[in-house]
Structure formats: structure tokens, C-alpha cells
Design a protein around this ligand. Structure first.
Ligand code: ACO
Length: 428
């Protein structure tokens, strides 16, 4: 017999079906709750609300498990490339060698952005934050691809919109970096792979080919894989909810970029490095800062610590910590903030405040140290996160579209004033 959940309201019982996922996750399907009872559920921050049933990413926060389309993150980070993972997320299976070659070639055909878009880069002041620029530039891609507005587009037409976005994103990110420095833009090269092309446009030379250290290319590839999807997080939920109104892919991803920017989400990678620098310049007393993080009268939080769903450890943080040691050692870099990060982690992992609240380092705790070692300025860190998250956002947007999910529209419990009589302006 199928499992049900019984809810008793004012002495009357109602039964609701229980839905079980392929990894045995259970959910009570309350989609008919209001129709049958007149009640809604209240769940601020969606801590217990499943917004969709998805086939893309599985995450078990208690056990620290993360899988994309059934493949463990540890295995993907070790064996695959970012482009393979992008293909996996978007199309559902790992590509064959031939399939991957074709995917790369299709992407390389669209890496150049419309020359008119250069004017947008020129118009931003040097002080403009890269995330604000990225959100605007990705949204403005829709102006150059009006076919993206078609809500009834065939899979082939949608696929072209997807390929264009995957292809142009590294160009946009690199040019944001170049624009901030006031240096000439470097055009993509069709012979390069995805990561090399990005590095070529960011740190290469206009006049000649630069050979990049494989350690650097591997580290960036791995970081992007680790960020590629994370089921229904804040930015992905934003992409899905914007997409549910019928908004085009570029507008939906632009909204996701804005959501990612906040320091409680992707913006944490910038905030972590700023915090570590601050602690270093303050004398490096980690105990003082641990105590500040524990003090409820102090606004300070240990950035890069804690997660809404991981309550044991973040598997991505484990891989990144190892990669961080490896990259710094191979590149011969001695970054003093790494020592501070390790001391903070060590202290927090043994401190009852953090242990009781199950607060562990998240993906952002060590990623910034790697980005810095690769030569990126702090303000670019969250943009790199967005570059990595792009295939996940795309896969989630496509899933929503093909499943014809309804427009996202939560309800509320109203707690404001009840009806009042209007008082004329001269009588108030
Ligand atoms: N430092 C100190 N205390 C913390 C921290 C922290 N980083 N994170 C949570 N806590 C405490 C809270 O004060 C709260 O304590 P209380 O129960 O005594 O009131 C308890 O732990 C639970 O925290 P919540 O804020 O309720 O947890 P929530 O799931 O809503 O928030 C979040 C998760 C936003 C990630 C939070 O842990 C945080 O702000 N961390 C720092 C920012 C960060 O690193 N964000 C990146 C997340 S990963 C990502 O999005 C890519």
C-alpha cells in the first residue's frame, strides 16, 4: 500500500500522498492542501519545501554526498573535464569522445560576441562590480538573439540558445576583467578548448599564444566542475522561478547571477578572502575572530562556514582544500592567508558552538585562495563561480521548460493591518 501522510485540522483528518525519490528521499505532496482544507503551509526560507522533482543533481547534506546525474562529485572532479560535466548536466549522460568533440566545435563557433556589445563594456566605470556587469551583459545577449524569446521553441532551437550562452560566457567574463584594467580585449581562438580559451582571453597576449601551466588549467577546470550544479539553491531557484514566467534563458540566468552575488551565497568567496586579509592585517589572532563569530551581539560571521543543507561536511570543500594545497605547492606560492584559514578551520571544528550547529567549511572557504593563486583579483571570484554554475542553471531551466512546470507563485500569511478607513490628506 502506498504511504500517505495524515493531517488533522479542527478535528477533521485529511490524507496526502507521500512521494519517494530514487535515492529514497520522502516528501509529502501538499499540492491539494489548500483546495481540500483552506490551509497553506508556512516555511520562510523554504527550509522544508521541495519546489520541484528534478533528475539533475542529488545531494545528501547529512552524509555529505553530491552527485550530478548519478555520478559522484569526487569521481567527476578527478576524471572528467568541465565541458564533459556541462554536457552531462545539460543532456543527461556523459558524452562519447565524438560527442564531446562536436560539442566543443559547436561552442567554438559562437564564442565571439556581437561587436556592438563592446560599447556596453566601455560604458561601465572602472569601479563597476564584475557581478553587476555580468548580470547586465548576459541579459543583454537576448537583444542579439531574439529567437530566445520563443516560449514554444523546438529542442533544436533552444539548444542553439544554450550553446550560444555557454560559448559567450567565458568571453564576457574575460572582457569584464580586461575592461576593469583598461587593457585591450583579446578575441577567442577556435582551436582552443573551453578552459584554455578562457585563460587566453584573460591572461594571454594579443600578439602571440601563451602556453599556460597545466597545473593552472587543471585547477580552474576542477573548480568549475565543483561549482557546476547544486540543485535548488538560491540562484538556481531564482533561475527556475524567473523561467517559469516564460522569460527567456538569458534573462533567467541574469537573474540567477544577481542572486548568486549576495555574500550569503556565491559572494561568500570574495567575502572569505576579504575576511582572511582583514584578520591577517589585524595581527592574525584567530581566536579573537572565532569569539566574535560566536558572539550574538556581534554581526560578524565566519564567512565560508555553514550551509543550509550540508550538516556534516561539504564534499566540495574537502576536494578544494586538497587542490588548494596542491596548487600552491606546485606554483611555489606561500599565501599567508592559507595558514589563517587552516587555523580558523581547526579551531572551529573543535569548538562546541560550531560543532553543535553543524557548521563546517563550505565550497567558498578555500576556493578564493586558489583563484588568487591563479592570478584573479578578489572581485572576480564570484564571476568565476557563475561561470562554473552556468551549465547547472541551464540544465535546471531546460528541465523546468520541458516538464512544463507552472509559474512559481508562493503564497503568504498576511500579518499587516486589517481594513482601515482612508483619512483625507488635510486631516492627518
Ligand atoms: N558564523 C557564525 N555563526 C553561524 C554561521 C557562521 N558562518 N553560519 C550559521 N551560524 C549560526 C547562526 O547564527 C545560527 O545560530 P543560532 O541557532 O544560535 O541562532 C545557526 O548557526 C544556524 O544558522 P542559520 O543562519 O539559521 O542557517 P541558514 O541555513 O539559514 O544559513 C548560511 C546558511 C547562509 C550559509 C550561513 O551559514 C552563513 O551565513 N554562512 C556564512 C556565509 C557563507 O559562507 N555563505 C556561502 C554558503 S555556500 C554557497 O551558497 C555557495
Amino acid at each position: 500500500m502506498s504511504e500517505t501522510a495524515k493531517i488533522t485540522l479542527q478535528g477533521q483528518s485529511y490524507e496526502f500522498p507521500v512521494v519517494t525519490g530514487t535515492e529514497n528521499e520522502k516528501a509529502i505532496d501538499i499540492s491539494k492542501l489548500r483546495d481540500q482544507t483552506g490551509y497553506i503551509t508556512l516555511d520562510t526560507g523554504f527550509k522544508n519545501t521541495g519546489a520541484t522533482a528534478s533528475q539533475i543533481t542529488f545531494l545528501d547534506g547529512e552524509q555529505g554526498i553530491l552527485k550530478y546525474r548519478g555520478y559522484k562529485i569526487e569521481e567527476l572532479a578527478e576524471k572528467s573535464s568541465f565541458l564533459e560535466v556541462a554536457y552531462l548536466l545539460i543532456y543527461g549522460d556523459l558524452p562519447t569522445k565524438d560527442g564531446l568533440d562536436k560539442f566543443q566545435k559547436r561552442i567554438n563557433k559562437h564564442t565571439v560576441i556581437h561587436e556592438d556589445m563592446k560599447k556596453f563594456f566601455d560604458a561601465f566605470p572602472y569601479t563597476a562590480h564584475p557581478m553587476g556587469q555580468l548580470a547586465s551583459l548576459v541579459s543583454s545577449l537576448s537583444a542579439f538573439s531574439p529567437e530566445s524569446f520563443n516560449t514554444d521553441a523546438s529542442k533544436e532551437d533552444n539548444d542553439l540558445v544554450v550553446i550560444k550562452l555557454l560559448a559567450k560566457m567565458p568571453t564576457i567574463v574575460s572582457w569584464i576583467y580586461k575592461g576593469a584594467l583598461g587593457r585591450p580585449f583579446i578575441y577567442p581562438k577556435s582551436k582552443n578548448d573551453y578552459i584554455t580559451n578562457f585563460m587566453h582571453m584573460t591572461f594571454g597576449k594579443v600578439t602571440e599564444d601563451v602556453e599556460f601551466d597545466p597545473v593552472v588549467l587543471d585547477a580552474l577546470d576542477k573548480l568549475l566542475i565543483l561549482h557546476a550544479d547544486h540543485e535548488q539553491n538560491c540562484s538556481t531557484s531564482t533561475v527556475r522561478i524567473v523561467g517559469s514566467s516564460g522569460a527567456n534563458l538569458y534573462a533567467s540566468i541574469s537573474a540567477g547571477i544577481s542572486a548568486l552575488w549576495g555574500p550569503s551565497h556565491g559572494g561568500a568567496n570574495q567575502a572569505v578572502i576579504e575576511m582572511l586579509e582583514h584578520i591577517k592585517n589585524d595581527g592574525g589572532d584567530t581566536e579573537k575572530w572565532i569569539n566574535k563569530a560566536k558572539d550574538k551581539n556581534d554581526e560578524f560571521r565566519l564567512m565560508g562556514f555553514g550551509h543550509r543543507v550540508y550538516k556534516n561536511f561539504d564534499p566540495r570543500a574537502k576536494i578544494i582544500k586538497k587542490a588548494c594545497d596542491n596548487v600552491l605547492e606546485k606554483l611555489g606560492i606561500n599565501d599567508p592567508v592559507l595558514e589563517i584559514a587552516k587555523k580558523l578551520e581547526e579551531a572551529a571544528l573543535h569548538d562546541p558552538y560550531f560543532v553543535e550547529r553543524k557548521l563546517y567549511p563550505n565550497v567558498d572557504f578555500y576556493s578564493g585562495i586558489i583563484y588568487r593563486a591563479l592570478g584573479f583579483p578578489t572581485e572576480m571570484f564570484t564571476v568565476l563561480f557563475a561561470l562554473g554554475r552556468l551549465p547547472g542553471w541551464i540544465a535546471q531551466w531546460l528541465e523546468l521548460r520541458y516538464n512544463q512546470e507552472p509559474i512559481g507563485r508562493p503564497r503568504q500569511v498576511y500579518t499587516g493591518k486589517t481594513e482601515r478607513n482612508y483619512v483625507d490628506l488635510d486631516k492627518r
